[in-house]
Write a protein that binds this ligand. Sequence first.
Ligand SMILES: COCCCN1C=C(N)c2cc(S(N)(=O)=O)sc2S1(=O)=O
Ligand SMILES: [Zn+2]
Length: 260
Amino acid sequence: ACSLQHNNANLHPIWKGPLDIPGGSRQSPIDIRVRDSVFHPNLAPISTQYDPNTCLHIWNNGYSFLVEYDDCTNKSVVSGGPLENPYRLKQFHFHWGANNDWGSEHTVDSKVFPAELHLVHWNCSRYRTFEEAIMEENGLAVIGIFIKLGRHHEKLQKLVDILPSVRYKESLTEFNYFDPSCLLPTCSDYWTYSGSLTTPPLTESVTWIMMKKPIEVDHSQLAVFRSLLYTAVGEEEKNMVDNFRPLQPLMNRTVHSSFE
Ligand SMILES: COCCCN1C=C(N)c2cc(S(N)(=O)=O)sc2S1(=O)=O
Ligand SMILES: [Zn+2]
């Protein structure tokens, strides 16, 4: 089991509870040590097929902002790679820092990125509902995409422009016709490992698929992320920044790569 130390080092500023769950042996995020990753020649490419019409709304859940999708059909799914069957897209969200020096959850040879995007999918072949899947082994597949500072991201701007309407916790706004494949890097190389949710309930139900290449956004786009609030209307305002979980121990896991 991972250490049960409950000193302050494990009390994240935005969560009250301890961050390492007792008995957790496959927690996320982790530092991806490139030299230790094992090339798997029969790891198929990741295949995503998303229907932009399944996009429902965007909301601020007090941890991040989530763009949620209609997961009643197999219209928006990820398959291939380490996945034994298709997983349905449920939502995507981001993690970011108070400035451009940090913000990602995963790191690559200890390199931190200013932000990280997570596309959350659930195993609709094995579980009846998303809520069931998040509690089960092989319940979720999350595609993680590193975000670096650079060129303006044209397609992201439609999302950035609507963020002021979900500034407060629990606010929700209609958002439709958005295809998240425009947020994927062009390079299909990835690492994959068995891990967990990085927010409560921290369940060890996630097959992580971390894309090797980052996507670029410009500083004004990231600045809008930082204008969101953790707090609800009427509460003392706290900017939604640093909503990432600290690195967790690898324990006895191997990270596999789809590339040499
Ligand atoms: C009904 O309870 C829902 C709680 C779990 N969910 C909420 C998150 N914030 C969340 C974060 C996730 S992350 N950072 O590990 O991708 S996946 C995920 S989630 O599975 O969509
Ligand atoms: Zn996340």
